[in-house]
Design a protein around this ligand. Structure first.
Ligand code: ADP
Ligand code: MG
Length: 882
């Protein structure tokens, strides 16, 4: 802010205009958010808000007079009809925006119009479709950690979903769940929880965190808030929630925040569902990222993720549920068998699947429509869209009649035909209603008697005017006499200047134009009044009728929501069957054996991207005697990481109730999946520090158990060879002896094959490659036994390293393997070489020198390529003295 502008804090309420006092009052009610203050056709922002918004939204910053003569009040405005896109931009940046509306028509009041803050839009409380992603929930969350427990509450205002969760105080589960549900906005208590706040900021730097008064996180307060919001006498019925103080605190904080931001139009929420963390397979944030469950690591896109492959859903509701299933695999057998039976039914009954999918195609998002309708933000088009959607229910129910499996049958009984609502909407809402609610044309004819009468009157008005014109022409004998209307003068009779002397006595002159005179008559005046009031009455009545109707629909929200949820499940299950059929998946067998047996397993995403269709399937045996831990070796690029992830993904898919990419699979249920990818394999995150890698490894070692599935890819890579090998070695031993979890352990250090021989329950496997005339061919076939050497030089050859460098490397390698010093070479500065051979001083060539000084692990792929060009350039240069 420059000196010529005055700040909000410098304004004294005593010395301001009434409008400015009104502004200050509104501003006080919504601290911390940008205030959009309605003034006629614009929303205006003032003071610091104006400066900030002008900058972000690229608005012209103007100013108006301030209380003193020297400095002015900065001001910026956006037109009312374009406001949504401006709000969208601000909210996407994590800002919150409050809307202060004019509550009266300025025409009707003398002096200042009443204004009121009607709503605050924040990232977690948006309802605008353009701000929401169809396929994912928009959660508002709260977390708190007390002495006895930690808890979280999640609300999706757009769908009404409300869930809570309680965990042990130091548990990672809170963060795991935040990573799974990635709320758009997170509430935390002010003052308290400093360490929780810092930890959250560190882990989720992009999450919009809103600090709230600490007393809104009080369990007693939370209990009151819930009782009041849901109009309950007791919370007993909510099961687990009633037991946990912190869960109550979080749920209460969320509800109060909704009340504060939504004011009079809070959407209807479902009763909170208490989520039992143990019902789901634990997936920490790293695992979700490493396995690319819903987005890819490199560009965060859905394409290329597991969700991208599995999503053949036809509705936004179905996709949201699929996402939930992927991120919340089940840890119990019975519900999984039910899901699989349902998928099998759609897999086998092709016609059933196709007709159902036909009926779901193009279905609008019932949950989101309902969200807007119950929040009183829905317009007539929303209600009409809901009606047309629900009209498809009889067809879906007809299809559902033939469902056999228990889960599908249960979904069928949940489907409510909702005929009352459908017919109500059909009878009441006009075809093609406008977006706005105050201009009429909302309500269908024949729905309301008084409305029909007013309509007749207005319509009759047109013919009345034609008749009047005719009558007056005959009475006055002026053939060109016209009856017209304008906004300023209302109805008038117009006669041309030259004939105006013919006007009868009862004509009263109203307006003189260049070549015409306009008159009114008492009867015209009277009729005008009637018509104008009829028009206005009609619009008001239509508005009232619509609002009443919308509440009537909202009152059925619970039933509609249950039905929508069942439709989402049907969509999702049919989608899983569709994917299984098109991609040739098989139904996995599930048990509690603690073993994993996969025949011809494939990586669902790599196989999908690989259009040549030459993905090489591989078998897996893990968990039975002697092979609880697989140590996988093989050169870089051989397919180790792909194989590891493939096994983890097949387990995860099986435990979400999906078919899996294999010809046969038997999965002993796991309760956690942990993946850890060595630092330099994880280039994307820009934190390839060894420390991070070790912290995450520690987290795994501290929380994994016997039934976990561990996937460790190149751990220890982020440090020097001997350090790396030693750490990888001891970690493997610890997992083998103490944790005893099923483990896949990939490394390019072929020294670790010794482990496979030494440890009782470990087994070596490797990815085979063919070394033909010193050129390596990747076969992608997983075989028993460790890799005999690491083929680094052959891989380097594939990468196009100059001949000269390769030859030299061969020499050095031979010498190293022979255990002797390298002839004519020096390894000075290259730490890795110290391990094997003593150092001899001599002068290296430029290429060797560059290579020795190179820290391979510190390079990004791009830098590596640039370096190769550089080497190539060096090798092409004529060399002196050699
Ligand atoms: P590593 O971890 O051993 O360095 P990756 O698993 O990253 O190797 O695999 C390298 C590339 O090889 C992958 O990007 C993929 O395109 C290909 N690949 C891996 N496994 C297979 C397979 N089974 N069939 C076909 N191509 C594969
Ligand atoms: Mg790898």
């Amino acid at each position: 802010m420059t000196d010529k502008w005055i700040r909000l804090s410098e304004i004294s309420p005593h010395h301001t205009t009434p409008a400015m006092r009104q502004y200050l009052q509104a501003k006080m009610e919504c601290e911390g958010s940008l205030l959009f203050f309605r003034m006629g056709d614009f929303y205006e922002l003032f003071f610091e808000d104006a400066v900030e918004a002008a900058e972000i939204l690229n608005l012209a910053l103007t100013s108006r007079d301030g209380p003193d003569k020297e400095r002015r009040v900065p001001m910026a405005g956006v037109p009312v009809r374009a406001v949504d896109s401006y709000i969208a931009k601000l909210v996407r940046l994590g800002k919150s925006v409050s809307i202060c509306e004019q509550m009266e028509n300025p025409k009707d009041v003398k002096g200042i119009v009443k204004r009121q803050v009607v709503r605050t839009v924040t990232p977690g409380t948006v309802l605008e479709p353009e701000l929401l992603d169809d396929g994912r929930n928009n959660y508002l969350a709260a977390i708190a950690v007390g002495e006895k427990e930690g808890a979280a509450a999640f609300v999706d205002m757009t769908t009404g979903e409300f869930l809570t969760l309680t965990v042990a105080p130091q548990s990672e589960e809170l963060f795991d769940e935040l990573a799974r549900l990635t709320p758009a906005e997170l509430l935390m208590a002010e003052k308290n929880d400093a360490s929780l706040f810092m930890e959250t900021e560190k882990r989720f730097p992009e999450m919009a965190v809103t600090r709230r008064p600490a007393d809104e996180f009080d369990p007693e307060y939370g209990k009151e808030a819930l009782l009041h919001y849901f109009q309950l006498k007791t919370l007993e019925g909510l099961g687990g929630l009633a037991l946990s103080d912190q869960a109550l605190a979080c749920a209460g904080a969320v509800v109060s925040y909704l009340k504060e931001t939504q004011r009079d139009s809070i959407p209807q929420l479902d009763l909170p569902r208490h989520q039992r963390p143990s019902a789901y397979v634990a997936l920490d944030a790293n695992t979700q990222r490493n396995l690319e469950l819903t987005v890819t690591m490199h560009d965060k896109s859905k394409r290329g993720s597991l969700l991208g492959v599995l999503d053949k859903t036809l509705t936004g509701m179905g996709e949201r549920k699929l996402r939930h299933w992927i991120l919340h695999p089940l840890s119990e057998l019975e519900p999984l068998q039910e899901r699989l039976d349902a998928v099998t039914e759609f897999y086998d009954e092709i016609t059933l699947r196709l007709t159902l999918r036909d009926a779901l195609k193009g279905m609008p998002d019932i949950e989101r429509l309902l969200g807007r309708i119950t929040a009183s933000a829905g317009n007539a088009r929303d209600v009409l869209a809901l009606g047309t959607t629900l009209a498809q229910l009889p067809e879906i129910l007809r299809i559902a009649d033939s469902f056999q499996s228990p889960l599908l049958q249960q979904l069928q009984t949940t489907l409510d035909p909702l005929e009352d609502i459908t017919s109500l909407i059909e009878r009441s809402i006009a075809d093609d209603p406008p977006l706005v609610l105050n201009e009429g044309n909302l309500i269908r004819e024949g729905y309301h008697e008084e409305l029909d009468r007013l309509r007749d009157l207005v319509r009759g008005g047109v013919s009345w005017i034609a008749r009047l014109q005719q009558e007056e022409r005959e009475r006055t004998g002026i053939a060109k006499l016209k009856v017209g209307f304008n906004r300023v003068f209302g109805y008038y009779i117009e006669i041309s200047r030259t004939q105006s002397h013919l006007a009868p006595d009862d004509y009263e002159r109203k307006q003189t134009l260049a070549n015409a005179e306009r008159f009114i008559t008492p009867s015209l005046k009277k009729y005008e009044e009637e018509i104008l009031t009829a028009q206005e009455k009609m619009q008001i009545l239509e508005y009232d009728l619509f609002v009443a109707l919308r509440s009537q629909v909202a009152a059925a929200a619970k039933r509609i929501r249950k039905t929508a949820d069942a439709l989402a499940s049907l969509d999702l299950i049919a989608s899983l069957a569709e994917v299984a059929a098109t991609h040739n998946y098989c139904r996995p067998e599930l048990d509690k054996s603690g073993e994993i047996e996969i025949a011809d397993g494939r990586h669902p995403v790599v196989e999908d991207i690989n259009k040549q269709n030459d993905f090489v399937p591989n078998d897996t045996r893990l968990g039975e005697n002697g092979s609880r831990m697989l140590i996988m070796t093989g050169p870089n690029m051989a397919g180790k990481s792909t194989y590891l992830r493939q096994v983890a993904l097949i387990c995860l898919m099986a435990q979400m109730g999906s078919y899996v990419p294999a010809s046969k699979a038997r999965i002993g249920l796991v309760d956690r999946i942990f993946t850890r990818v060595g630092a330099s394999d994880n280039l994307v995150r820009g934190e390839s520090t060894f420390m991070v890698e070790m912290i995450e490894t520690a987290a795994i070692l501290n929380s994994a158990g016997r039934n976990s599935l561990l996937v460790l890819d190149e751990i220890g890579r982020g440090t020097s060879t001997y350090d790396g090998i030693s750490i990888a070695w001891s970690v493997a031993e610890y997992i083998h002896d103490a944790i005893q979890a099923r483990t896949l352990f990939a490394t390019h250090y072929h020294e670790l094959t010794e482990l496979g021989d030494k440890l009782e329950h470990a087994r070596n496997i490797s990815v085979s490659v063919r070394d033909w005339q010193d050129t390596i061919v990747f076969l992608y076939r997983v075989v028993d036994g460790g890799a005999d050497h690491s083929y680094g030089i052959q891989v380097a050859k594939l990468a196009g390293l100059p001949q000269q460098v390769l030859k030299r490397a061969h020499k050095i390698l031979e010498s190293l393997e022979a255990g002797g010093p390298t002839t004519g070479a020096t390894e000075s500065g290259a730490q890795q070489m110290y391990l094997f051979a003593p150092v001899e001083e001599s002068s290296p060539g430029p290429l060797e020198k560059e290579l020795e000084e190179l820290d391979v692990d510190a390079l990004s792929p791009r830098e590596a390529q640039a370096f190769l060009y550089h080497l190539k350039h060096l090798s092409n240069r004529p060399r002196k003295g050699k």
